[in-house]
Design a protein around this ligand. Structure first.
Ligand code: EPZ
Length: 417
C-alpha cells in the first residue's frame, strides 16, 4: 500500500493545471448506455473511480478505449442489464446504471450500494422517482430489480436536493414517453455538464442548473463528443493549498464561477484571488482570519470542500464554526487533524476550530477522499514530516496530486509502505 511523505513548511508557488471532473465524468459515462453508438470524451481524469466506471460499462458489454485523457466508449454491444455487488460496493455511483439500463432494455438488476464512510447515503429518492415513471421495483438478495416496458414522463418533487438522484432521473427521462418535470432538482455544475452531453446526443432538456428541469422524452439518442468540465473540487483544493502555505499559485483550467461560495469564504479569510485571462491566481495571507461555514447544496458551500477548509481554519487567528449539513458522518478528519496539534471540538454536526499558531507533522490515516486532501493540506503547512497512509482513497479522486503539488515546490513523495 502506498503512503505520502510530506516535509511541510514550503510556500507553494508556480502554475498548476486542474484535471477534468470526476463527478461529472461518472454519470456522463453511464449516460452513454442510453445511446447505442460510439462516443468520445476528452479531459477525462486518470482516476480509480473512472476505472471502476469503465469496468462496470465493460461488464455490461461496452467496448472502451483510452488514450491519455481521451476515452472512447462504444455502447452498441451492451447486452447485459446487471451491475454486480463486486463493482457497486467499490463505487456507489455505479448504481446510476439502473435507470439507463431500464430505459434501454426494459429491465435492470443492480446491487444496492450499502453504507459509506461519510453517511448512510440511501438511494430511496432515485427509486421513488423511477417508480413514479412507471417502473416496477423490488429488492431481493441485496439487489434492486426494476422492470418497465417503457418509462413514462412524470412530475417528480425531490424531498431533498440530491445530485445523484437528479442525474439518475434526468437520464431515465431522456428517452421516456412524454414530459418529465424534476422539481427541487439539484443545481450542481456536474448536472449541467451531464445535461449538455444528453442534449448533444439529441435529448430535449430545459432548466438544468436550476431547481426545475423539464425533459421531453425522445425516441432515440445518438453519438456524442464532449470535453469534460474541470474538477471544481480539485481546483478548490489547490486554492486552499496556496492559502494554507502562504503561497502564490496560478491555477489553470478552472471555472471560478463554480466555486463562488468557497471564493467568498476564502476572501473573508484574507486570501487574495485574482481571475485574469482564465487563470486564477491565489495568494495566501500573512494572517488567516477565522471564518464560519455551513455546507449546503450548490450554490452553497460544497460538502466536498469542508474537510480542506477545516484544515485552513486550524491555523486561523481565532475560532470558527464549521457545520456539515449534507452528510451525517463527515467529520472523520477531525481526529486526524488533531494529531497535527489542531484544536477542534465537535457537537452534532458542528465543529468548533480554534486556530493554533502552528501544526506539527504527524503520521495520519486517510479515511475518505476529501479527508485525505485535508490531511495533505495540513501536512504542507506543518513543520517537520507528515506521513499520510491509506491514500487509496485519494487515488479515487485526485489525478497525480503529489506530482502537481511537487511542481508547486512542495516536498511530497509517494512511497510504498
Ligand atoms: C454526490 O454524491 C457526489 N458524488 C459527492 O461527492 C458529493 O459529496 C455529493 O454529491 C453532495 O454534493 C458524485 O457525484 C459521484 P446526494 P451523491 O445524493 O449524489 C441524501 C466526493 O467526495 N440522499 O446529493 O451520492 C444523502 O444521504 C463525493 O467526490 C437521500 O437521503 O449525493 C445525502 O445526505 C463524496 N436519499 C444527501 O441526500 C437519496 O435517494 C445528498 O446526497 C439520495 C440522497
Amino acid at each position: 500500500m502506498d503512503k505520502l511523505v510530506i516535509h511541510g513548511g514550503k510556500k507553494l508557488s508556480g502554475d498548476v493545471t486542474v484535471s477534468g471532473s470526476k463527478n461529472a465524468s461518472l454519470p456522463v459515462f453511464v449516460s452513454t448506455i442510453l445511446a447505442p453508438a460510439e462516443h468520445e470524451f476528452s479531459n477525462v481524469p486518470f482516476l480509480r473511480d473512472i476505472n471502476t466506471t469503465i469496468k462496470v460499462m465493460e461488464q455490461l458489454g461496452a467496448t472502451i478505449q483510452g488514450n491519455g485523457n481521451v476515452v472512447r466508449i462504444d455502447t452498441r454491444g451492451i447486452d447485459k442489464h446487471e451491475a454486480t455487488y463486486e463493482l457497486v460496493k467499490t463505487m456507489r455511483a455505479s448504481v446510476l446504471v439502473l435507470g439507463p439500463l431500464l430505459s434501454r432494455f426494459g429491465k435492470a438488476r443492480v446491487s444496492l450500494p450499502g453504507g459509506c464512510a461519510i453517511g448512510a447515503r440511501p438511494i430511496n429518492l432515485h427509486l421513488k422517482g423511477l417508480a413514479a415513471m412507471g417502473a416496477d421495483i423490488s429488492l431481493s438478495h441485496g439487489y434492486v430489480e426494476a422492470k418497465a416496458k417503457k418509462l413514462q414522463g412524470a412530475r417528480i418533487n425531490f424531498d431533498i436536493s440530491t445530485v445523484g438522484g437528479t442525474e439518475h432521473l434526468l437520464m431515465a427521462a431522456a428517452t421516456a414517453k412524454g414530459e418529465t418535470i424534476l422539481e427541487n432538482a439539484a443545481r450542481e455544475p456536474e448536472i449541467v455538464d451531464l445535461a449538455n452531453v444528453l442534449i448533444k446526443m439529441g435529448a430535449r432538456i430545459e432548466g438544468a442548473g436550476t431547481d426545475t428541469i423539464r425533459i421531453t422524452g425522445v425516441s432515440e439518442l445518438g453519438p456524442v463528443t464532449h470535453r469534460m468540465m474541470p474538477d471544481r473540487i480539485e481546483a478548490g483544493t489547490f486554492m486552499i493549498a496556496a492559502a494554507i502555505t502562504g503561497g502564490d499559485v496560478k491555477i489553470h483550467n478552472m471555472q471560478l464561477e463554480h466555486l463562488d461560495a468557497l471564493v467568498f469564504k476564502l476572501q473573508d479569510a484574507g486570501v487574495e484571488i485574482i481571475n485574469k485571462d482564465n487563470v486564477v491566481r491565489v495568494k495566501g495571507p500573512k494572517k488567516i482570519n477565522a471564518v464560519n461555514i455551513k455546507t449546503r447544496p450548490y450554490p452553497g458551500f460544497p460538502t466536498d470542500m469542508q474537510a480542506q477548509f477545516m484544515a485552513l481554519m486550524c491555523l486561523a487567528d481565532g475560532a470558527s464554526v464549521i457545520s456539515e449539513n449534507i452528510f451525517e458522518n463527515r467529520f472523520m478528519h477531525v481526529s486526524e487533524l488533531m494529531r497535527f496539534g489542531a484544536d477542534i471540538t465537535t457537537e452534532g454536526n458542528a465543529a468548533t476550530v480554534k486556530g493554533v499558531k502552528k501544526l506539527s507533522g504527524a503520521p495520519v490515516m486517510a479515511t475518505d477522499l476529501r479527508a485525505s486532501a485535508s490531511l495533505i493540506l495540513a501536512g504542507l503547512a506543518s513543520d517537520n514530516t507528515t506521513e499520510v497512509s491509506r491514500i487509496y482513497h485519494l487515488d479515487r479522486g485526485y489525478e497525480f496530486i503529489e506530482k502537481k503539488l511537487a511542481g508547486l515546490g512542495a516536498d511530497i513523495k509517494r512511497v510504498q509502505e
